[in-house]
Ligand binder design. Structure first.
Ligand code: 5AD
Ligand code: SF4
Length: 439
């Protein structure tokens, strides 16, 4: 039997990484094997992101590079998956004739059928969004080779409708996955030797399974109780929904990682209101202090958008002062990018000039670098339990791993191996990495 070769490339968020693993499972059943060389592939899939304009530009550039492989392999098919497929399906087919297939995030079960259509020489398209699809019964094929840490998708879609965000349009309405299938998937990972799972959803705090009234803290606790030797993380929380119950469960179980990613987006109440975030600077800060009170060793990270419609210098200074006040350990920082179809694109003008966005972003990055360094300098002299993820990229005699707080630690190998836990005394740091020695 001829085994066809699949090459798959993933852009965007962790959710997309998890989706590519679902897609791989579906295609493995269709006798596809994986290749990391696009020139060898019979099928090239690109799982795409639409969150900002530059994410889409990157994918378009990549498509131009990949289509050259059609010259040497007349049977090669190319498919675009994910958020861009959903958002600009017709445009992709129009602009890029080399694309054979366009498949949205809720239509991956249809891939075998679409491939049949495509093999007959017609274009295969399915971008229907679903109210129910969670791929609950599909065991993802793990594409990451480290075998230490895996993503587990617990819900799909988003109902928040933040005014800047394209996700509700590309991923559809929010729906939760049956907790029994989540537990099964994690048990399976534990058996295979995985040491860390990250429960994924666009807004995990609104996870809810009606049949037995499981909410997110219940689910997190159940997963953490499966084995004390695995770590549990989750992403992402929405500040308006992060509950006291969640904080209590996090602090109760040692193996739930002491790291909270809580996107603030802006430190200005005026901007937050326009973004339809439904919390204020003050209520956000209250949540942060409740989290810190319950878990003094917690690390806190965030997402920030700079240059949103109408953002003034005063709004910007409020973002900087909030960052300082929270003392974020880490941030993802972005310039606002208008997305067609969103509330903001229809109702507000994208009126902060590009050079001002750039300047503000640079100020934000500079401040975060300082905060990141301060956060790591505080760790010097402390001992942290590190889950080892692999060999350091810079030196083969060193390993790297993460603390519960999600900080990367590099230290001499000694007798340790990937997947081990090591207690490491921190001796030095940069703004990005801790350095230490196992004790
Ligand atoms: N422009 C810039 N950044 C955005 N994000 C979401 N939408 C946009 C946009 N239109 C950022 C937010 C979100 C992260 C995943 O991406 O900070 O939390
Ligand atoms: Fe990008 Fe958002 Fe889609 Fe993830 S959900 S791939 S971040 S647009």
């Amino acid at each position: 039997m001829y085994l066809k070769k699949l090459y798959i490339e993933t852009y965007g968020c962790q959710m997309n990484v998890a989706d590519s693993e679902v897609v791989s499972a579906i295609l493995q059943k269709e006798n596809y094997i994986f290749t990391d060389k696009p020139e060898d592939a019979d099928l090239i899939l690109i799982n795409t992101c639409s969150i900002r304009d530059n994410a889409e530009i990157r994918v378009k550039g990549r498509l131009e590079n990949l289509r050259v492989h059609k010259k040497n392999n007349k049977n090669l098919k190319i498919g675009v998956l994910g958020c861009m497929a959903e958002r600009i399906k017709d445009k992709i087919l129009e602009d890029e004739p080399a694309v054979d297939m366009v498949v949205g995030p809720d239509a991956y079960r249809d891939l075998p059928k679409l491939l049949e259509v495509v093999s007959g020489g017609t274009k295969g398209v399915n971008t229907l969004l679903s109210l129910e699809e969670t791929y609950a019964d599909i065991t993802p094929v793990r594409l990451d080779e480290n075998n230490v840490s895996a993503f587990v998708s617990i819900m799909r879609g988003c109902n928040n409708l933040c005014s800047y965000c394209v996700v509700p349009y590309t991923r559809g309405r929010e729906r939760s996955r049956d907790p029994e299938t989540i537990i099964q998937e994690v048990e399976d990972l534990i058996q295979k030797g995985y040491k860390e799972v990250t429960l994924l959803g666009q807004n995990v705090n609104s996870y809810h399974w009606k049949d037995d009234n499981t909410d997110f803290p219940d689910l997190l606790e159940r997963v953490s109780l499966l084995s004390t030797s695995i770590r549990v993380r989750y992403s992402t929380s929405h500040p308006k929904d992060l509950s006291d119950k969640l904080v209590k469960i996090m602090s109760k179980h040692k193996n739930i990682c002491k790291s909270v990613h809580l996107p603030i987006q802006s430190g200005s109440n005026i901007v937050l209101e326009k973004m339809k975030r439904r919390y204020t600077r003050e209520s956000y800060l209250q949540k942060i202090s409740a989290i810190r009170k319950a878990m003094p060793d917690v690390s806190i990270s965030t997402d920030i958008i700079t240059g949103f419609c109408g953002e003034t210098e005063e709004d910007h200074r409020n973002t900087l002062s909030l960052m300082q006040e929270v003392g974020y350990d880490f941030s993802y920082m972005f310039k606002y990018s208008e997305r067609p179809g969103t509330f903001a694109s229809k109702n507000f003008e994208d009126d902060v000039p590009e050079e001002i966005k750039t300047r503000r972003l640079n100020e934000i990055i500079e401040l975060q670098n300082r905060l990141s360094l301060e956060s790591k300098q505080k760790d010097i002299g402390e001992v942290y339990e590190v889950l080892i993820e692999g060999i350091s990229k810079k030196s083969s005699s060193e390993l790297f791993g993460r603390t519960s707080q999600n900080k990367v630690v590099v230290f001499p190998k000694m007798h340790f191996q990937t997947g081990d836990y090591a207690f490491v005394k921190i001796t030095d740091c940069t703004s990005a990495t801790l350095k230490g020695i196992a004790v």
